[in-house]
Write a new protein. Structure first.
Lengths: 154, 547
């Protein structure tokens, strides 16, 4: 993390220091600064909030939206729950794997895309669905998902 | 206030937005400007209209014409023909999947979709602009809160909710009035109302669309709950993935605060109430109320041992009422119209309506609100429009992935909490996953169980180990390597989990498995013999005695 990043992190910690139960908010804002929560970042948060490092690490690894390792610029989260499964999520997965050459849990060599599974996103009305970053996409077919990835890749 | 001759309501629910509703709205405004109609016709972005599969959807009022499956190129045609010349474009009008009773009874196109429906919770969804508190107020909004704090004592409010027999709509179906009364009678310096909007049950997206479509209804319900139990702080915990819900709820809270409907001395009374929005970080188990509270306190979202229940010792050890979004949205109409009115809807034991999400192998995926006690058949073949591709009905999983699977013989079962529990399933969150006969039971169970393996929080052994073992055995069934002993173990393990898991997650994880083992025993036997009847399990090892 850069020097600016570290001072921004200090500001975040300062903002929440007095609010009980704010660890999740601090982690979310810290992650927004650098894309993931590195060991030094977690250490600084633990120190700043006067919490054991084990507790901060435990919380950070409990929730799927927190990342403790670097990810690609775009995180593709593919819903693998039953409603998407029934509507053909497996074909969408195959199309993503083929286009990007990665399996779930992996990141492309150029650091652009990380592919991961997620549980239900509540987009079942337009299943199968994925999220890329904050953006949601529904009614996917293999062709449609290839087109989306192609557009993002350029 | 300007008077408009027509209103065009553009569905702003996530499913329609994904299908290009925002582009349609921009195009509409552009076309209206081009014909100088902007002063006569108002475009309103509204909440979910229901037929998500037919999106993007718009409705033109006063005619109530619903246009569906719109392309951008349709917009200039609608403006020229309908809005300029008053000629409805029949070829784009939404076709209801069934015939309405008679043209006189249901004159509006939208009513065709709403035919079997009774809208209490979704009363404003798709009718008002969710970002406008004025439109909510114009539809009797905040009148129930005013009535409660100025004319009713807190115990009278609780009595009304009890008399209405409102059951919690999050899944467990606990009587809401009773829950409130536990917290109300405790003397404490601080109490909390938590709205549980951590919707994560696969197949469920009702709370998302209620928040997106009518955020003020939830705020009003929370404030009434706060008045009833003596809480002055409300928290709405929304899952982190629901960006639009978070945004709309925050805006609605700001508006209500600016109008003095939240804050101090509400309606000139002594009642103070504030609401803050907190967001989750991706954990299904946080939908369990004590896990949610742990998360709010900044911890891993692991459930607590109960008792004590949150109503007695919840957030920060203080008495806390945790209610689901849909439950709270039912409260204002009950206070406004009275418990007798509410009890006239639905069944005797489970009055009121239920918001269902219909999905899977069904022609109309989407959101519906119908009286409790509607049958599965009416949902699948009525509102749902049947099963596509000429395939047959195999089963419906009711209540999401934690619910059971019911075969065709249950099609005429009334859908309410009581009846479904007796059938080994659950009404749960109201997700109805319809599955046609091309799917393999074992393959589906693999998907269901994988979910629980992923979402088990790991705190208690029956769930942490049990979900994984169940998954492994089902995987073995799919590969044709499972034995009769494995099959017996599935039953034993399921019973152990139901009895000993710490929270609802582990207790309900085997529901789908147990119902499938009972109703689709032949298919299990076939897999034990190394044969997948639907041909879905491609890696199955064919045994010597099988074809």
């Amino acid at each position: 993390m850069t020097v600016t990043g570290l001072s921004q992190l200090a500001t975040v910690i300062e903002k929440y220091k007095q609010t009980p139960g704010s660890l999740l908010d601090v982690l979310a804002e810290a992650q927004a600064l650098n894309g993931y929560l590195s060991r030094p970042v977690l250490q600084q948060i633990a120190e700043g909030l006067a919490l054991p490092e084990s507790k901060v690490y435990g919380v950070a690894t409990f929730y799927s939206l927190f990342k403790t390792a670097p990810t690609g610029r775009f995180i593709i989260r593919l819903c693998e729950s039953a409603p998407c499964h029934v509507r053909g999520a497996a074909d969408v997965l195959a199309a993503i794997e083929e286009t990007l050459g990665i399996k779930p849990g992996e990141t492309t060599a150029d650091g652009r895309f990380t592919l991961e599974f997620t549980s239900c996103l509540g987009l079942c009305g337009v299943a199968p669905a994925i999220m890329i970053g904050e953006q949601v996409y529904g009614n996917l077919t293999p062709d449609r998902v290839k087109e989306i990835l192609h557009n993002l890749g350029n | 206030m300007p008077i408009y001759r027509s209103h065009v309501l553009v569905c702003g629910g996530t499913p329609c937005v994904l299908k290009g509703a925002k582009t349609l709205k921009d195009l509409l405004n552009k076309e209206l400007n081009r014909y100088n109609l902007a002063d006569e016709i108002r475009v309103v972005e509204t909440g979910c209209l229901g037929p998500c599969d037919e999106g993007p959807v718009i409705v033109v009022y006063p005619e109530g014409t619903m246009y569906s499956r719109l392309q951008p190129s349709d917009i200039p045609r609608i403006v020229q023909s309908h809005l300029l010349k008053g000629r409805i474009l029949q070829e784009l009008v939404y076709q209801a999947p069934w015939s309405p009773p008679s043209a006189q009874e249901v004159p509006l196109e939208q009513e065709k979709y709403l035919g079997l429906q009774k809208r209490v919770v979704l009363r404003n969804c798709g009718r008002i602009d969710p970002d406008s508190i004025d439109e909510y107020i114009a539809n009797d909004g905040y009148q129930a809160l005013g009535k409660a704090v100025t004319t009713l004592r807190p115990d009278e409010v609780i009595e009304m909710v009890k008399e209405a027999k409102l059951l919690g709509r999050g899944g467990a179906g606990f009587p809401t009035g009773l829950k409130w009364s536990f917290t109300a009678k405790i003397d404490a310096d601080q109490k909390y109302i938590i709205c549980n909007a951590d919707e994560g049950e696969p197949g469920t997206f009702k709370d998302r669309l209620i928040m997106e479509g009518d955020p003020h209804g939830i705020i009003e319900g929370m404030a009434i709950a706060g008045y009833a139990v003596g809480a002055n702080q409300g928290i709405i915990y929304i899952r982190g993935e629901y960006a639009l819900s978070i945004e709309r709820m925050k805006r609605a809270i700001e508006q209500a605060t600016a109008y003095g409907l939240l804050g101090e001395r509400i309606f000139g009374s002594d009642f103070n109430f504030t609401i803050q929005v907190r967001s989750g970080a991706g954990a299904y188990v946080c939908g369990e109320e004590t896990a949610l509270i742990e998360s709010l306190e900044g911890n891993r979202g692991e459930p607590r041992v109960k008792p004590p229940y949150p109503g007695v010792a919840g957030l920060w050890g203080k008495p806390t009422v945790v209610n689901n979004v849909e439950t709270l949205a039912n409260v204002p109409p009950i206070i406004l119209n009275g418990p007798e009115w509410f009890r006239r809807i639905g069944t005797e034991k489970c009055p009121g309506t239920k918001v269902f999400t219909m999905l899977g192998d069904i022609n109309n995926q989407g959101l519906i609100e119908v009286p409790m006690g509607i049958t599965l058949r009416e949902i699948v073949y009525g509102v749902g429009g049947g099963i596509p591709g000429g395939k047959g009905f195999k089963m419906a999983q009711t209540g999401g992935t934690s619910g059971g699977c019911l075969p065709a013989e249950f099609l005429d079962l009334p859908m309410d909490y009581d009846t479904l529990a007796k059938a080994g399933s659950a009404l749960g969150s109201g997700a109805m996953l319809i599955i046609d006969d091309s799917h393999c039971v074992v393959d589906l169970l693999k998907s269901f169980m994988k979910f629980f393996v992923h979402e088990s929080c790991g705190r208690c052994t029956p769930c942490r180990e049990g979900t994984m073992r169940l998954y492994e055995i089902i995987q073995a069934l799919a590969e044709g390597t499972a034995t009769m002993a494995d099959f017996r173990l599935l039953k034993e393990l399921s019973a152990t989990m139901q009895l000993t898991a710490l929270c609802g997650l582990g207790q309900s994880a085997p529901n789908s498995l147990l119902t499938c083992m009972e109703y689709f025993a032949d298919e299990f036997q076939a897999h034990l013999n190394g044969r997948c009847p639907t041909g879905t399990c491609k890696n199955i090892t064919v045994k010597s005695d099988a074809v």
